[in-house]
Design a protein around this ligand. Sequence first.
Ligand code: F6P
Length: 410
Amino acid sequence: MRYENKLFKGKTLAILSGGGDTPAINSSIEAIRNRASLLGFKVYGILQGWKGLLGDGDVVDLTNQPYDGYYGGTALRSSRTNPFPSKKNPVSRVPQVLRNFERYKIDVLVTIGGDDTNGAAKRLFETEGIPVIGFPKTIDNDLRTRTIHTYKGKDIEAVLCPGFPSAALTMMEFTANLRTTAESHSRVLVMEVMGRDAGWLTGSAVFGGATLGLIPEFEITKERKDVFFETVKEAYMHSKKRCIVIPVSEGTRWYDEKTGKVDVVYASSELDEYGHPRFGGVSGIIASEISAKLGIEARAQISGYYPRSGHCRHYDRRLTATLADKVVDLLLREEYGQMPVMKKIVPNVELEEFNTTSIDMGAVGNKPLSEDYYDISKFAFTEAYHDFLSNILGSPGFDEFKYDFPVVIP
Ligand code: F6P
């Protein structure tokens, strides 16, 4: 009898996740599934992003299944498949998607993704009338969620995407750990951090004790490179243990003496179906130039998938639940083509539905780090960025070996 009264009884909601995984996708799926099934929906999971809606479809029933939202990555798996024609795949696969919509009798689709996955969903909504709701996701934190961070009375346009809080915490811990190795060998450790064209994740290393950093938003020209080397030297010489960890974004635009050009270092020339290249390797170049120019031992570390992997952290757990509450609101209002976001940057206890809103999921675009958050003259993150991070991560987290030993004079 109970079920008879459910609002969406007889309807089916499907969930898919596309693009790079994050530690918070399973948490998002679990939160959306729980709420949708309370509303009476049958809940399906589409496997491997848009790929699971091609051919005969690859669909599983999540309605009454146990689901571990703490477990990182995505149990639905992911792909960078684009159903619309692209350079890599010029044939439209939209008819296949539509056929599977009919076949599996899907009434609403929730797409967990970044600009590519949600952009494709919005296009399906506009061109084919498919009811879709977007859900933000990325460790890069570069989706323009229009989340306002108020710092010292000033409103700064920030970003808050599920996945970033967990990745940022892992980055902070990794940096804090690297310090002990940097200290033991009096080295400069140049640590490469994912994030594509944005430096949000690189900035989280400052809570692990990094003082300098390089981000894609501000290119390192020939002139800036000289100032950067001077700054590194000074920071190294002034550090008590003669060591520093320098986080550098994988998308750092670095002046190449051989070509005379400022460019990103590419890991491969291959593009994905959304036309994105893969970055990688700039840390090795920077570390060897520091060694050569300053005569200080420098090594490169690529953090790679480390912040992207592992379990969902507390802030993300609550953030995904809060945004899923907003999905319920959108479902009840039948407002499709929208994506839930936080209106403002808040500490985890204030992650509540009344602090959410929704935005057009198709016109999101990328939001780089603003000048409010990074001081190019010092190659350092500002107080405002520290404040932004403290809402998400709490306090900086690194240990220091506090003892000074008396020197023995023979
Ligand atoms: O967008 C997330 C991200 O992790 C970026 O930071 C990175 O550039 C890219 O994905 C790498 O993607 P993959 O190795 O999965 O192709």
